[in-house]
Design a protein. Structure first.
Length: 406
């Protein structure tokens, strides 16, 4: 297959599929072990000397699980390490970031209404921010704040707000929220790769050498694991936010993203308390609903200012505006697509243009040429066939226009 746009599309699909599958495996095992750890029964003390145990039933069988704070008296030869789920999620997510936001930087990463960046600078900021974010987080955890969990969480939330503001002042709204999620996911996987697994390996090595392991390694790993537990739900929200313009294309997108982290805390607090058999703190759902209502209200306060700057063509889009057939393409797109893909959509029930894509001007059409090609020229994804019909001749004209620009 030689068509670069179609190849790009399928590469993105394959990497996204891998990322979703890996994330399901990681989040599933993470939630399971948090619930298991909180639900261990410690009274009466297990005869084996374990810290706690639990009987569970699943799939037609029964499981008896014991947890040792350090290790059992005799370390088994076989140990199952839960790490590849995390590594595969981050590696595939990083690949997806590169395929979508670096490869397509002029469309998805850079917003001229926010900041006119060359592609190389935008990509460099994207990559560097992930590394700097991890280093700042790790330094906080290793500071005296690491022994004060509540103060630590408050400082971390302040850091998240600052990073949300930073990203929304540099990248497009969609990219800003995605990067905040990618930064959080980087912290989570680095916790596993650089702290949790190495600490567990130190304990295992001590046991096999006949030494008594230092319990501090387990405590440190448990703290980082708890952070990961509370960060999971916000990451999922931020990774899905690119499909919802009301979340990312707002003047208050940085605050919306920050409030999402508070919702993650309230939701996880309910389930963590329930799994620990300490009751059902139903107030957390009221708090979650109140935060969500605040997010909905913020999304109605209007889009980001600077539409005039956005009318300028990003690097690489000029050739689509200069290609033969561009005027016909503009006529086709505005006639069939702009009812929905408008700053203020006319289609009933649409509060914002789908995925934030506006197709009202010549510059809009040139800017989104590749997406138009994939959605309406070489496939029939757009426009939806129930009400608007785009005949084959028009689709062929769109395809000929984009191909002429190459």
């Amino acid at each position: 297959m030689t068509d670069p746009d179609i190849l790009h599309h399928w590469v993105e699909f394959a990497v996204r599929w891998l990322h979703v599958v890996a994330a399901i495996a990681w989040i599933g095992s993470s939630f399971y072990f948090i619930a298991l750890d909180l639900g261990l029964r410690r009274t009466p003390k297990p005869a084996s000397g374990a810290d706690g145990d639990e009987w569970q039933v699943h799939g037609g069988g029964f499981y008896h699980i014991e947890k040792y704070l350090v290790a059992p008296a005799a370390l088994p030869e076989h140990l199952t390490w839960f790490k590849w789920e995390s590594y595969a999620t981050w590696l595939s997510g990083f690949a997806l970031l590169a395929v979508v936001y670096w490869w397509g930087a002029d469309l998805y990463l850079i917003d001229l209404a926010v900041r006119d960046l060359p592609v190389w600078a935008a990509v460099a900021i994207s990559a560097a921010s992930l590394a700097v974010g991890w280093l700042a987080y790790d330094a906080l955890c290793r500071s005296p704040l690491g022994d004060r969990p509540t103060a630590m969480m408050l400082v971390l939330f302040a850091v998240i707000v600052v990073m949300a503001l930073f990203y929304t002042q540099v990248f497009s709204g969609r990219a800003a929220l995605l990067h905040l999620g990618a930064l959080t996911a980087t912290i989570m996987t680095a916790n596993v790769f650089l702290v949790i697994i190495p600490n567990q390996k130190i304990v295992v090595a001590d046991l096999r050498a006949g030494r008594t392991p230092d319990p501090k390694y387990g405590r440190i790993a448990k703290l980082r694991s708890t952070h990961n537990n509370y960060l999971t739900l916000p990451v999922v929200f931020l990774m899905l936010s690119g499909h919802y313009p009301l979340a990312f294309a707002s003047d208050w997108n940085w605050l919306i993203a920050s409030l999402v982290f508070l919702m993650g805390v309230t939701i996880r607090h309910f389930f963590n308390t329930m799994h620990a058999r300490k009751g059902m703190p139903w107030w957390t759902w009221g708090a979650t609903a109140a935060i969500f209502v605040a997010i909905v209200w913020l999304s109605t306060l209007g889009p980001r200012e600077g539409a005039a700057a956005a009318a300028a063509l990003p690097p690489g889009a000029e050739r689509f505006a200069a290609a033969p057939g561009f005027e016909d393409a503009v006529s086709i797109v505005t006639a069939h697509c702009s009812m929905c893909h408008a700053a203020e959509p006319l289609w009933p029930g649409l509060a914002a243009p789908p995925k934030g894509v506006v197709l009202e001007t010549d510059a809009d059409v040139a800017r989104h040429a590749r997406a138009i090609y994939l959605q309406a020229a070489v496939s029939r994804a757009m426009p939806p066939g129930g009400q608007i019909v785009l005949d084959q001749a028009d689709r062929d004209a769109l395809a000929a226009w984009v191909r002429a620009a190459r």
